[in-house]
Each structure stands twice: as structure tokens, then as C-alpha cells.
Design a protein around this ligand. Structure first.
Ligand SMILES: [Zn+2]
Length: 380
């Protein structure tokens, strides 16, 4: 089998830059054979421009919304965005299948090897069966009215059933403001290994939990849900639901745009056994609200960070390379290897795939990608 010897301006292992001059050796299928100093690599070394990195991990995506590219105007704020997504789900048309296929292929071409994908339907089953990307399917359920919990849970189980043989599949809660305590309990009675939840995507979410009013009350009114049963817990959304999350062994919290230090502390105290991952989708935040998460807070607390794209309803491309490039520009104080780690090994750990992906460990087939200034292409 032909051996590939690869070199670039720099080589990022998943943890850090390798010393200058190191060469990555892989077989033709992409399996990593070695990482050696140039003097030991012999001849026929391919030289690439940019940085060699392991395949990207997109820890948060909604492939099924791919047909909504360009459908929702930018910076509407959170609640108008949610209403527009609900309306477009109803308007779904045949081009969805083609759009999902194209989005899957675009992710593969830029070097994404694994995706944590939110599913509100079984629409993506066919595309995923033929995909070269590893998908972890999170069947998302919601239902804020406690009496509806059993019905909602049963519906999610139906969707999960449609994914049949696709093994990495679990039912997960949508967000603090859309899942009743009863529904949280049903989910975490069965699906504890790896979960995920949209968290604190807007100040309106915290307002709703602190005061019981604001745009989220209007959202429920708009979709005809009576909130007679709801008593605002008078704290931010994350601490309010923290006791309900403690059964999860691992949890990826997504967006965290308005998460405060005391919210993190409350969750760590309430769910001490839960491995927490904080997924940032900054390009989607830019699109919907224009507010970015407090990244330095997560860094200073040495929290586990990973990156996601969210969907084409709220992002122009499902690109981790572009997300990395955006973070490099907006946060020049963050060392580049740190951001690359979030996009590779950090994401692989978040999706419990570090045995296969995320770094150039011998014997792994993590994908080999060449990255430069917000753009990347797959080499192997
Ligand atoms: Zn999302």
C-alpha cells in the first residue's frame, strides 16, 4: 500500500504544534503510521501550504435545516428567529433532500469527520446512511407543558426508531425554556451516556426564568401555549434546570452566549458527576443576535470547549474552518493551538470519539486536513 509523507508550514497534532520540520506518515487510507522528524522521513515528502490538522469535529449542527440557507434575515433576535424556523419547518419542500446532501458533501470536503447533529425528524436518515461523515444523532425533544411529556417522549422514540441501525443516537432535551421537568426526567431515565442541550442563547431566556415575562412569554402566546402552570424560578435558566441535568454522564451545552460565572458554578455543584463540554457556535450567534459568548470566561475556568456551526438557517456555511478563522480574527489574544484544539480533539472528546478522531495518534484514521486563514481542504 502506498505510503503518504506529509509536511506543511506547521503541523498541529490535536494537542499542540509539533516541532518544526516534523513529517506525518500515513497509509493511503489515511491511517496514521507515524510522526517523525524530517531527517528520518526519507524521500518523497509532500509539502503543503498552511497547517496540517486532524479532521474537524462539528459538535453542533442541524443537517435537516439545510434547505433554509438564506431564508431568515440576520440579527432578528432570538424569538423572531425561533418563530421563523417553526414556520419554515411547516413550509418544507422537496429541495430539502438535495440541500442536505450538498451540506453533507461540503462538510466532508473541508475535512469535517464527525458531527453532533440535532434531529427533530427522521429526514436525515437517508443522507446519513450514504455519508462518509460519522454522525452522532441527537433526537431533540421539547414540550414545556408538563402534561404533554409522555406524548412528546413517545414521538421522539418514534424518530429514534427510524434511525434504526445508526448506533450513536439518543434522545436529548432542546433547551431550558422548552422542556418540562417531567420530560427532563423521562429523557435522563434512559439516555445518560451523552446528552446535549441548547443553553442561554439570549438574554431573553434568562429574563423568562428570572421574571417570567419578556419575549419568551410572547413566543408561547404566539404558538398558543398557556403558561398558567409556570412559576418563574427567579434565577437564570441554567441554574434553574441544573438539578435536572445531574443524571447525564456527559453533557454538551450549546451557545452559552449569556452564561455567567455563577451559572457555571451552580451547574458544577448540582451535577458534580457530569462531564461538561461547552460548545461555541459564534458564527450562528453573529447571525441571530450579534452577541458572542464570554469565551475568556470559559478559558479562564479551563472548561472543555468545542465548536459547532449550528444550521444553515443561522449560518452561511457549515464550516469549522471558517469558525476557527472567525475566532482567530475576533479573539487575537487566544493562542492559535488552543482554537485548533477546540475544533479537533476537544470536539472528539465531546462526542466521545477520541479513540478514532481528533488527533494524529498512531493507528487512528482521524482525517488529514490542510488549514489556512479560515479555509481548509481535506487531504486524506
Ligand atoms: Zn442549534
Amino acid at each position: 500500500m502506498k505510503i503518504r509523507k506529509l509536511k506543511a508550514d506547521r503541523l498541529f497534532t490535536g494537542e499542540d504544534f509539533a516541532p518544526d520540520d516534523f513529517v506525518l506518515i500515513a497509509d493511503a487510507s489515511g491511517k496514521i503510521l507515524d510522526l517523525v522528524p524530517g531527517d528520518y522521513a526519507g524521500e518523497d515528502i509532500e509539502q503543503h501550504d498552511g497547517i496540517l490538522v486532524p479532521g474537524w469535529i462539528n459538535a453542533h449542527c442541524h443537517l435537516e435545516l439545510s434547505h433554509m440557507a438564506g431564508q431568515i434575515p440576520e440579527k432578528t433576535g432570538m424569538v423572531p428567529f425561533l418563530l421563523a424556523v417553526m414556520q419554515h419547518r411547516v413550509d418544507r419542500i422537496a429541495r430539502q433532500e438535495i440541500a442536505m446532501q450538498q451540506a453533507d458533501e461540503a462538510m466532508y470536503a473541508e475535512g469535517i469527520v464527525a458531527v453532533g447533529d440535532i434531529c427533530n425528524s427522521a429526514d436525515t436518515v437517508g443522507v446519513k446512511q450514504n455519508s462518509r461523515i460519522r454522525y452522532h444523532n441527537f433526537i431533540e425533544t421539547s414540550g414545556f407543558v408538563p402534561a404533554g411529556a409522555a406524548t412528546r417522549f413517545a414521538a421522539a422514540k418514534n424518530i429514534l426508531g427510524a434511525f434504526g441501525g445508526q448506533s450513536q443516537t439518543a434522545i436529548v432535551p432542546h433547551a431550558p425554556y422548552s422542556v418540562s421537568p417531567e420530560l427532563f426526567r423521562m429523557i435522563f431515565e434512559e439516555y445518560t451516556q451523552l446528552s446535549t442541550m441548547h443553553n442561554q442563547e439570549s438574554e431573553a431566556e434568562n429574563d423568562f426564568f428570572r421574571e417570567g415575562n419578556g419575549p419568551f412569554r410572547d413566543l408561547f402566546a404566539a404558538i398558543g401555549v398557556s403558561l398558567d402552570f409556570f412559576q418563574a424560578p427567579q434565577q437564570n435558566s441554567l441554574p434553574a434546570v441544573a438539578p435536572l441535568l445531574q443524571a447525564a454522564r456527559q453533557l454538551i451545552l450549546v451557545h452559552n452566549t449569556v452564561t455567567a460565572p455563577e451559572d457555571i458554578l451552580a451547574l458544577q455543584e448540582q451535577a458534580p458527576q457530569t462531564a461538561l463540554y461547552w460548545c461555541l457556535c459564534p458564527l450562528a450567534n453573529e447571525y441571530i443576535t450579534g452577541t458572542l459568548p464570554p469565551i475568556d470566561l470559559f478559558r479562564n475556568r479551563q472548561l472543555n470547549i468545542c465548536l459547532g456551526t449550528d444550521s444553515l438557517a443561522s449560518n452561511y456555511r457549515l464550516s469549522i474552518a471558517e469558525t476557527v478563522g472567525f475566532l482567530e480574527q475576533r479573539f487575537p489574544q487566544i493562542p492559535q493551538p488552543e482554537i485548533l484544539h477546540w475544533a479537533t480533539l476537544g470536539g472528539a472528546k465531546a462526542l466521545q470519539l477520541e479513540h478514532a478522531f481528533g488527533s494524529f495518534g498512531k493507528g487512528k484514521s482521524p482525517g488529514i486536513v490542510c488549514y489556512q486563514a479560515g479555509v481548509s481542504k481535506r487531504i486524506l
